[in-house]
Design a protein around this ligand. Sequence first.
Ligand SMILES: [Zn+2]
Length: 348
Amino acid sequence: MSKRYAGIAWTETGYRVEVLDDAGRQVVGPSGWSGGQVAELIGWLRELGDGQEAPAVVLDSTNGLLDGPMTAAGLEVYRADPWLLPPRPGFGSVTAVQLAEQARTAPGALARVTAEGGTLTGRAEEFFAGVERGEPARAALTAAGGCFDHGRRDDPRVALTFDDGPDPVFTRQVVEILERYGARATFFCVGHHVAALPDEVRRIAAAGHELGNHSWSHPYLPDLTPAELREQLDRTAEELDRVGGAAPTWFRPPYGALTPEVLAALDGYPTTLTMWDVDARDWSRPGPEQIAATVLEGAGPGSVVLMHEGAGDRAQTVQALPSIVEGLLERGLELVTVGELAATPDAA
Ligand SMILES: [Zn+2]
């Protein structure tokens, strides 16, 4: 059987999928999926294998929402970087056919995305160099109150944050656990999921948690033009306002990719950048015990903890959460939103 490639594009309304064989013939007709149907899309791709290997999935670097769940499900996932692809529309990736064609005609140019390497597999060096170049500007912004990493170290409160949702399965589980302990948290949502799963967003807001902006499609920000970057933020803010009842105050950059160019493009944007001082590294699925240990060893008064409840298999995060909450409460730390933690006078 010939090699087959499933190009997956993102659009304003969801995903478009085109599956080609290595001769460029359509294996099935093009299909469309909503941002809330990722599990169904994965099931469909596996069935296309008909007992054999499922088609290889091809994404671009403006889409960080599918590689996690797809690599976790055992699919072969590739990333086509912008220098390989034709120009994008103002909002959305190149087409599904263009992605599949790129893979079919020059498969060696693609990066194979692994679960361990994450979305940016193969670009880690470039990523770290860019963040390092951005460090002086970021430090200046932090000092000026435009970027928030943690609260005061004498403030016995911690902000848990959950990124990449909402999610059809894990959001409600996280909300239920937090509710059990009377804990509040901040959910940095992606617009693509907000539009597809408005009820989950309302569930978060109704439980008293805070909603933050995490871009629309979870792109690698350095690959976007300044206009594209602002479009990602504006559309997500509008959607959160429409569904959740308030425009977000906080923006967390996907991957924390704050290069000088990204910081310049965000200059004057009316939301505060939000980073973290404790990374649970739950996306690498090291086991619930390890996730809880990482958080409990790293967190203290004023901490902002980075975790994930969407765009992947977050069962380990959910399993770790009760131990994390209990461990922090036992130390006398109160669990609050980012907004509450940052509102402390003289936060530094
Ligand atoms: Zn994220």
